[in-house]
Design a protein around this ligand. Structure first.
Ligand code: FAD
Length: 456
């Protein structure tokens, strides 16, 4: 007997329930990845993620080969390709992870139709992409939690399975035909500092980070210059690491760092259960606040300055330049740059979210859109009218200005925290800087936002 495992956002061999189930049910297994043109059409296979994905596929293939197997990659509409592979190999079952987005739901529907017509059974597994499945915990009288803290309490009480080991051997039928794997070198326009992708790189990074930085994660996760967060988000996005395994391993270590880190992983599950219940929230306001956002035409120059990191606010510009160079940005900088776009410049959150999705290696419909909505005050923030001040945020989270000087070389000669307010320098020094004056006064931005929200 033969079973197909369709890999999607779960590009790993460790702790992989669909693979485990397929290996238990069949003698031979086809590990399959389909490059679906629908992902391209939707604008999601941007260079930074395409490069990281190529690494993930190469690593998965290498790990399978060490176990006697290989990865089969095909291009085309996913349901059609899966059906063709199943037919060619005489497979009777297809296993895959449950997804939460509208795209994932459509994919599952099409697969059910196509495979059903050929008499092939589709088996969908939970807790592969998230630690706790969306819908597994619900508030009384509702289908999802819209506030994080009560969700976190219930989520923490769930018992998670023991992480599954990677299989020892995988036998792939010779009749399973695929194409050449995409290569990272073949991708143009990649940001210069995108890290290596893949399960092996992700496991190495986790091990090194857990040893060095996890114990102090609680105190240091907001320290921009210290850069002590895990940077595991791209590995989690592609499923090169299992969230169940991470939660279990980190809890075993214990301590305040572990607790704080598990809480961040819970934010990921929290957003997944919101979007699973409200798939329209990837494009529509989750909560309407009556905003009449400025759009792409009205705010064209402000948007360009924000994207390019030349707003004249050093913290904002540092974050935006880090994004462009690394395809990643520190969470504190994401909060601040998003607050600046939506609340100080009063630009539609969707415009910012799209720019992030164009560059982030971890760029993710669930986490990106729901975090943007959180910041814009249209999402699940319980203080939707808060506005982050880039100067105060800089003084608090980059007191010495190291993060700003790292990313904004025009300001490299300004010592200490003074770098957060270059407009306070003497006129001579300021004129020599080649750094723009602030795009807008913070007070003016705040007044416009408050008036727009009816909170004068
Ligand atoms: P760590 O601090 O080490 O946290 C560990 C893991 O917890 C992360 O890898 C991530 O998987 C999860 N996590 C942490 N914070 C959050 C959060 N607020 N929401 C959801 N998961 C979280 N994260 C993405 O993975 N993809 C995105 O597209 C994305 N877009 C964002 C957009 C905005 C405007 C904001 C404010 C945040 C966004 N985040 C996104 C969340 C967060 O900024 C990143 O997950 C985090 O910075 C990744 O760095 P890290 O792995 O070092 O995090």
């Amino acid at each position: 007997t033969v079973a197909v495992v369709l890999f999607t956002s779960d590009l790993r061999l460790h702790d992989h329930p669909p693979l485990r189930a397929a290996l238990g049910a069949a003698d031979e297994v086809v590990p399959l990845f389909v490059r679906d043109p629908a992902v391209h059409a939707a604008g999601f296979d941007v260079p930074n993620r395409a490069a990281f994905l190529a690494d993930c596929l190469a690593d998965l293939d290498a790990s399978l080969r060490r176990r006697g197997g290989r990865l089969v990659v095909r291009s085309g509409p996913v349901a059609r390709e899966v059906r063709a592979v199943a037919a060619a190999c005489g497979a009777t079952e297809v296993h895959m992870a449950a997804g939460v987005t509208a795209h994932a739901h459509r994919r599952e529907e099409r697969l059910r139709e196509e495979l059903g017509a050929g008499g092939v059974v589709l088996r969908v597994h939970d807790s592969v992409i998230t630690a706790v499945a969306p819908g597994a915990v619900t508030p009384s009288g509702g289908d999802h939690f819209s506030v994080f803290t009560p969700y976190f309490r219930r989520w923490s009480q769930q018992s998670l399975r023991d992480p599954l080991p990677a299989p020892r051997a995988v036998r792939v039928p010779g009749s399973a035909r695929g194409e050449e794997l995409p290569s990272r070198e073949g991708v143009r326009g990649v940001s210069p500092e995108v890290p290596p992708g893949g399960e092996s790189a992700g496991r190495d990074r986790f091990a090194a980070w857990a040893r060095a930085d996890l114990p102090r994660y609680e105190e240091r996760h907001d320290d921009l210059a210290g850069d002590a967060t895990s940077r595991l988000s791209p590995y989690l996005h592609f499923g090169a690491l299992s969230p169940v395994e991470l939660v279990r391993r980190v809890r075993e270590r214990g301590g305040p760092g572990a607790e704080a880190f598990v809480r961040q992983l819970c934010w990921r599950d929290f957003h997944h259960q919101v979007l699973a219940a409200r798939p329209d929230a990837s494009v529509q306001d989750y909560r309407t606040r009556g905003d009449r956002w400025r759009g792409a035409d009205e705010a064209a120059e402000d948007i360009a300055a924000w994207r390019e990191g030349r707003t004249g606010y050093p913290m904002v510009d540092a974050g935006m330049r880090q994004l462009r160079r690394e395809g990643w940005m520190h969470n504190r900088a994401r909060l601040l740059t998003a607050s600046f776009l939506t609340k100080t410049l009063y630009v539609d959150w969707r415009i910012g979210a799209r720019h992030f999705l164009d560059l982030l290696v971890d760029g993710d419909i669930v986490n990106n859109q729901m975090n943007w909505q959180w910041v814009a005050g249209t999402g699940t923030d319980t203080r939707p009218h808060r506005v982050l001040n880039p100067v105060l945020q800089g003084r608090r989270h980059d007191p010495d200005g190291t993060y700003v000087r790292r990313w904004v070389p025009e300001l490299a000669d300004i010592e200490g925290g003074a770098v957060h307010e270059p407009w306070r320098l003497s006129e001579d020094r300021r004129a020599a800087l080649r750094y723009p004056a602030p795009l807008i006064g913070l007070g003016d931005g705040l007044a416009r936002f408050r008036a727009a929200r009816g909170r004068d």
